[in-house]
Each structure stands twice: as C-alpha cells, then as structure tokens.
Design a protein around this ligand. Structure first.
Ligand SMILES: *Cc1c(COP(=O)(O)O)cnc(C)c1O
Ligand SMILES: [Zn+2]
Length: 429
C-alpha cells in the first residue's frame, strides 16, 4: 500500500488523479506526488525502517508505489565511506563518500527506475521506455528484464560504449538517435502521446523522480539519523538535487531526525522547509553544459536552454526539466552552484581513484572537482560534516581515462622487467 493521495501541480496547485501523467491538465505545470503524511507519521519509525529490506524499499512508506512486491534488483543501501585520504588531501576532516556507483546497473538511476517500473507494472503497462543520457537506459532495460516486460530505450547515438553495451545486454529494443539528449527527449514526448508505453522520465516522471529521495534518507540513516552540513551533487535535469533536499525535509518534519521535533506539513506539502534542516546544497555541472549554474550565478529566475558540449555525457541536458526548482533549493538551503572546467573532469576521476580506491565516471569527476573547489575557496570548513554523492561507475566511461594507460611492456624475463622498471623510475613515473 502506498500512501499517495494525488498528483499536485507545482505551478497552480490543482489536484490531479494518480495516473500516468506528468503535466497539469489545467496549466501544463509539472506534477508532484502528494502523500497522506498524517497516516505516514502514524506508521513510520526508525525500527520499521531498519527491519525493511537492504534496498530503497526499506523507505516504502515514503515512496509512491506499493512496496509489497516491488520490481527490486536491490537498488540502494549503498556504502557511505569515511574518506580519510581524500579528506587529508583537501583539508577536510569530516568527509564522506556516498558511493552510488555500485548499484546493480552501476548508477544511482536504479533508485528512480525501481520506483517507476514498480508503478508502471501497478498501472498495467507492458512496455517500459525512456529518453536517456546513458545510465537511465541501462537501468530501464535491467528493471524491465526483472519485471518480465518489454523495454524500448532511446539514446543519443554518440554515447560511450560502456553505456550502450550496459543497456543492450539486458535485451531491450535500443534506439540510437542521431541527435542530442534534448532532441531525443522531445521525440519521446511525441511517441509517448501515441504509444501506450510507460516512459519513466515522461508520463511516469512524478513517481520516478521520488526515487531520488532515498539518497537523502540513506545518508541520514547511515549517519545515525543526522544530516550533513554540506552535500555536493552533480546535476543534469536537477531532479536528484531537489529530491535529496525534499528527503531531508520529510525526515525532519516526520520527527525522524535525532533531536529534531517534527512539524506538521503545510498546505503545499512539497515545499516545507524544516528550520532544523541546515544542510547546504552544492550543485556541480560540467562547464560544457551548465545551464542551471549559469542561471544561479547571473541571478536569473529562468534557466536558458543550451546545446551541450561536454565529456560528462550523463549530465548533458541542455534544457533541464527541474532547473527552476533546483534554483529554489539553492536559495532555500543557502547553497552554491559551480561549473567545473572540462579539463578538470578527468583530474577529479583520478583524485577519487588514487585516494580512495573508487572508480567513478565523468559525472563523478565533475562532482569531485566541484568538491575540491569548495574546499579551496573555504566554502566548506575543515570540521564540517560533508557528503559527496558519487552517482555513476567509471567502467562505463573508459574513453575518458584511456590516456592514463601506460603499462611497462616487457618480455617474460627478469632482466627485461628490471630494465623497464629502472627506466620508469628514471623518468619519474
Ligand atoms: C542522470 C545522472 C545524474 C543527474 O541526475 P538529474 O536528476 O537529472 O539531475 C547524475 N549523475 C549520473 C551518473 C547520472 O546518470
Ligand atoms: Zn497546474
């Protein structure tokens, strides 16, 4: 049983029924899931959560699909690691990595897709679909396989091999489009009007997006029901950024944070900011596609679409659906937004790999370089509790770091080995 009471328009506030629907029938504003928080408050507790499965479905009371028989390949409940070596390098004594690169299809997208796929099956769809920058296609194909339904996934044709293969292996109908993600997405909106398919990020978007709240819940639970002082997050559409903030505030309002008194939810349930939630939300984007950062830095209330040109392809959305809501979260949390120069993305990947033994993709390189910047300018103080979200796996974007491969090539003899080793030492390698 899910405690969903309806879909509420984020612009005009009108109620819409619980259907496969993403825009308001009155004003075309985006819809957001509305919950019966009064009932949730009665049933939810730390104990009930801790007795749940080791996946996002331990938070089923706060998700918009029934957790009784979810489509679950065990997304979520990923490690939160204390980052001692990296912290020392950056002068941060209280730094943690939320390693979401170890999800079943190797990105955080499994969280959102598990929810969307469960809801799609609930609605009776037999085909799961999406417009993807790469990771979403992998996750949609994987969850559809698990659910025993068909999948049709649309990607820009110039994606990394690891993402194309990482989707194809699950047996979807893979459609490679000669165009940008934004063009793929526009095409899919048209297809969604004509085919009775569940597009996770179009007609299922309100349910899908809620899955990212679990990135907030888990970090709070893993920290002993506390919130960090700072979080650093990569953004494409901006959805994950807004949902982590929503997750933090839901926990506070429900009285689930240590030492924090709950609050009644207001009439506009989705924008309640609990005063005890003081986490600063820091957004990172790649310089080659940073429309939300640009809007924030220039004080615009609208996000101006652009044509992406970045190696962080998973973040290459030029027209971000949740951009203006992400700007609101930046204001409410007194956060910041930073565009990482393209040449620093690979350096970020290397920094994380060499200090903590975690291989992330280009989106993670963006996040790492963003974190480094925040430490350098003093936006994060040495003892403040900081969590950096690593959302995707490096094995999917090997092209970006191929240039690092430089083995000692030898014959199978001791002499050959020692000559090569000495030569390398001589050049300082
Ligand atoms: C999709 C994606 C993001 C961005 O998510 P949004 O909710 O669209 O902002 C970040 N990191 C990775 C690895 C992704 O695949
Ligand atoms: Zn509306």
């Amino acid at each position: 049983m899910a405690f969903v009471s309806g879909l509420k328009c984020r612009e005009c506030g009108r109620e819409n029924p619980v259907e496969p629907l993403n825009v308001c029938e009155f004003c075309f504003g985006p819809l957001e899931v509305e919950y019966d928080y009064a009932t949730i408050r009665e049933v939810i507790s730390h104990q009930r959560i801790s007795e749940g499965p080791l996946s996002i479905w331990r938070y089923q009371d706060l998700l918009p699909a029934s957790g009784d028989d979810p489509v679950d390949i065990m997304a979520g409940f990923t490690p939160l690691l204390k980052a001692g070596n990296l912290g020392k390098r950056l002068g941060l004594n209280n730094l943690y990595i939320k390693n979401d690169s170890v999800n079943p299809s190797f990105s955080f997208k499994d969280r959102v897709v598990s929810v969307a796929c469960t809801k799609a099956v609930e609605f009776g769809f037999d085909t799961l679909s999406c417009a993807s920058t790469g990771n979403l296609a992998c996750s949609v194909a994987a969850h559809a396989a698990r659910a025993g339904i068909r999948s049709v996934v649309f990607i820009p044709s110039d994606l990394e091999r690891g993402k194309i293969i990482g989707a194809a292996v699950y047996g979807p109908t893979l459609v490679a489009v000669d165009g940008t993600y934004d063009e793929v997405n526009r095409l899919c909106s048209e297809i969604a009007d004509n085919y009775p398919w569940a597009f996770v990020n179009i007609n299922m978007r309100p349910y899908y997006a809620e899955g990212s709240k679990t990135l907030g819940y888990e970090v709070a639970e893993q920290l002993g029901w506390r919130l960090p002082d700072h979080v650093v997050i990569p953004s494409a559409s901006g959805a994950m950024f807004t949902k982590i903030w929503k997750g933090f505030n839901e926990l506070a309002c429900l009285g689930l944070l240590d030492g924090v008194k709950g609050l009644p939810f207001g009439p506009d349930q989705n924008t309640v900011h609990h005063p005890a939630v003081t986490t600063k939300m820091h957004m990172t984007q790649a310089a080659g596609c940073s429309p939300i950062v640009t809007a924030w830095q220039t004080g615009q209330s609208q996000v101006i679409p652009l044509r992406p040109d970045t190696i962080a392809k998973s973040l290459a959305i030029g027209n971000p659906a949740d951009g203006i809501y992400a700007l609101r979260v930046l204001r409410e949390s007194e956060g910041s937004a930073y565009a990482v120069p393209e040449h620093e993305i690979v350096e970020g990947i290397k920094l994380l790999a060499e200090t903590e033994g975690i291989f992330t993709e280009t989106a993670g390189g963006v996040t790492m370089s963003g974190l480094k910047h925040l430490a350098e300018i003093g936006a994060i103080k040495p003892d403040e509790l900081t969590v950096v979200y690593i959302t995707g796996n490096g094995l999917k974007t090997q092209e970006a770091v191929e240039g690092l491969v430089n083995p000692l090539c030898i014959r199978p003899t001791m002499t050959s080995f020692e000559n090569a080793l000495n030569e390398r030492v001589a050049v300082g390698g």
